[in-house]
Write a protein that binds this ligand. Structure first.
Ligand SMILES: Cc1cc2nc3c(=O)[nH]c(=O)nc-3n(C[C@H](O)[C@H](O)[C@H](O)COP(=O)(O)OP(=O)(O)OC[C@H]3O[C@@H](n4cnc5c(N)ncnc54)[C@H](O)[C@@H]3O)c2cc1C
Length: 382
């Protein structure tokens, strides 16, 4: 009780009113060495949260965390949610890489990277996929050859989100050809290293969040290897589970939330009964997914179940459904091209296009179903 009261008082004092409103994508604060803020309040909120380690509440204080226990973390999250607090920063270093460093890295690596990650000083990108190695990720061929106290990296990555803005890449490289999965290592690469070329790829939504990254004799210190050489596949699977959990939560993410029922009512579509029933079915499924998410999070904390593959599949398919319903609710406006749409319509059409990516990124739905059938249902491999 005392802890809850102290958090409430702290939030009252430190979370500016404008940081308690839904956050448009344009006002997201991305962790980066060149971090920028859309407003003075966003900066104040970021500084207050990071100074207390509240962006990484479970991490030890020596690594920039708040060192809270499970119960305290739950209370902090509840109180942040109660006041609709915006995330102080968007940082894949926190959601995906940090837990990997905590589990697999040595002391020097933890001391070097974790505080910087917690304080939002590094923009990370993920160098996993390659041309020809997406679903079959373990077939990747970007090579890392040891030369003294460096690895020399050659090859190419593709679909690397935000590589053109990133400070560092966490990357899968081939250190042995002896074994497909057992010849992969996990390494951190400074994106300013000589020999790296980044080319953005333009998407249907009009944005270019994707890049292709080319490596020509890029020298990376052996000290940047996380875990043992050839342990990368185990680490990658752990990281992908974290990514899939993060993606499962898209449905409850305020920033992307447009409620098709609200749109249905606003646009006076009451005669469209079949659309109405589709929206109701979607709302029921989304509620069921949200409840399952809370239960699964509890079970995962007890260590009894890793729900990431099931929830990623269910949740991203449902989010995609929501954007399709939003588009239907726009009627003929929904088939306008992006150039002529305005305001909310523009956002909905753009989000509809982008939602197609959710069932591909982090492992496609088909691949999730394959994993579920094999690992959970115990069905034969072929
Ligand atoms: C928005 C977005 C962001 C991304 N960001 C990153 C990133 O930052 N870093 C990164 O490394 N990658 C990233 N990716 C890449 C993503 O991980 C791959 O696109 C994904 O793993 C699929 O690989 P692929 O595109 O090569 O498709 P392929 O593997 O070529 O698959 C093509 C189609 O075939 C199906 N398929 C393939 N194999 C099977 C099978 N065995 N059984 C049934 N169906 C199968 C797939 O489901 C898919 O529909 C991103 C992708 C998206 C869409």
């Amino acid at each position: 009780m005392e802890f809850r009261e102290s958090i409430k008082a702290w939030l009252e004092e430190n979370c500016p009113p404008s940081m308690r409103t839904p956050m448009p994508n344009s006002e997201q604060v991305w962790a980066s060495s060149k971090i920028s803020f859309p407003s003075k309040e966003a900066e104040e909120w970021f500084k207050a949260m990071t100074a207390n380690g509240f962006c990484t509440p479970d991490w030890p204080q020596e690594y920039g965390g708040a060192g809270l226990n499970d119960e305290e973390i739950k209370i902090l999250k509840e109180e942040l949610l109660n006041i609709n607090a915006r995330p102080a920063q968007i940082n894949f270093g926190i959601t995906m890489l940090g837990p990997i460093i905590l589990e697999y890295a040595n002391k020097e690596q933890k001391e070097l990277f974790l505080p910087k990650i917690s304080r939002g000083e590094i923009w990370w990108c993920q160098g996993f996929s390659e041309p020809g190695s997406g679903s079959d990720l373990a077939s990747l061929s970007t090579s890392a050859t040891k030369d003294g106290d460096h690895y020399v990296i050659n090859g190419a990555k593709i679909w690397t989100s935000e590589a053109n803005k990133a400070d560092y890449m966490y990357c899968l490289v081939r250190t042995s050809k002896e074994s497909k999965q057992g010849g992969i290592s996990f390494i951190l690469i400074d994106m300013n290293s000589q020999g790296i070329e980044v080319k953005p790829i333009k998407l249907l939504s009009g944005q270019s969040p994707f890049c292709q990254v080319f490596f020509s004799d890029v020298r990376v210190p052996v000290a940047n290897l996380i875990g043992e050489e050839n342990q990368g596949w185990e680490i990658a699977k752990r990281l992908l589970a974290l990514e899939r959990m993060m993606m499962s939560d898209l449905g409850s993410e305020g920033a992307v939330d447009v409620d098709p029922m609200k749109l249905f009512k606003e646009r006076n579509l009451t005669k469209e009964t079949s659309l109405y029933y589709r929206i109701v079915r979607h709302s029921m499924r989304q509620n069921a997914i949200d409840l399952t998410m809370s239960r699964a999070a509890m079970e995962a904390r007890l260590g009894s179940f890793n729900p990431s593959m099931v929830l990623k599949y269910l949740s991203t398919e449902e989010v995609q459904q929501r954007w399709e319903l939003n588009l239907y609710a726009l009627g003929s406006i929904g088939i306008k091209d992006l150039e002529s749409a305005q305001g909310d319509e523009f956002d909905i059409i753009k989000s509809f296009f982008y939602s197609k990516a959710y069932t591909i990124a982090g492992g496609s739905s088909e691949i999730q179903l394959n994993i579920i059938s094999k690992n959970i249902l115990g069905l034969p491999n072929e």
